[in-house]
Design a protein around this ligand. Structure first.
Ligand code: AMP
Ligand code: ZN
Length: 138
């Protein structure tokens, strides 16, 4: 087991735990983007979100929903960014799937999902692209 987050789950590396149940674990990020930055993960090792079954992913997001409500209330927040860096190319640095809950506060001056990737590709082919993806479902 050479995975940082598996080691945290197993208690071999300390963490600032905020939640734990049979299948999920959450702790404060040690390099927080904002105060209260929380990371939620399944205890079972999956590399990327897209490696998970639909059922496991649904359960993960149900748990994220539960934890984000508590974080929101506890910190008196009006909102947060909730997201995943899925794959190294997308900025994932720890290859054990996890969801970031990043508290946002009035006047913090930071951006939104649209400011993560701003390639602004041509939109000429949206019809074909949508059709191609639509036709790829099993
Ligand atoms: P990502 O870049 O999406 O893979 O996110 C990994 C996150 O884990 C980063 O936000 C790191 O700051 C955080 N992180 C790395 N090591 C630790 C650790 N030992 N305890 C808590 N958070 C960590
Ligand atoms: Zn792992």
């Amino acid at each position: 087991m050479d995975c940082l987050f598996c080691k945290i789950v197993a208690g071999k590396i300390p963490s600032y735990k905020v939640y734990e149940d049979e299948r999920f674990y959450a702790f404060l990020d040690i390099y927080p983007c904002s105060e209260g930055h929380t990371v939620v993960l399944p205890k079972k090792h999956h590399g990327r979100f897209t490696d998970m079954s639909q059922k496991d992913a649904a359960d993960l997001f149900s748990t994220v929903n539960k934890i984000s409500k508590v974080v929101e209330k506890n910190l008196g927040l009006e909102g947060m960014n909730i997201g995943i860096n899925n794959g190294e190319i997308a900025g994932q640095t720890v290859p054990h799937v996890h969801v970031h809950i990043i508290p946002r506060r009035k006047g913090d001056g930071e951006g939104n999902m649209h400011t993560i990737v701003e390639l602004h590709p041509s939109t000429d082919n949206l019809e074909e692209l949508a059709e191609s993806i639509r036709n790829s479902f099993d």
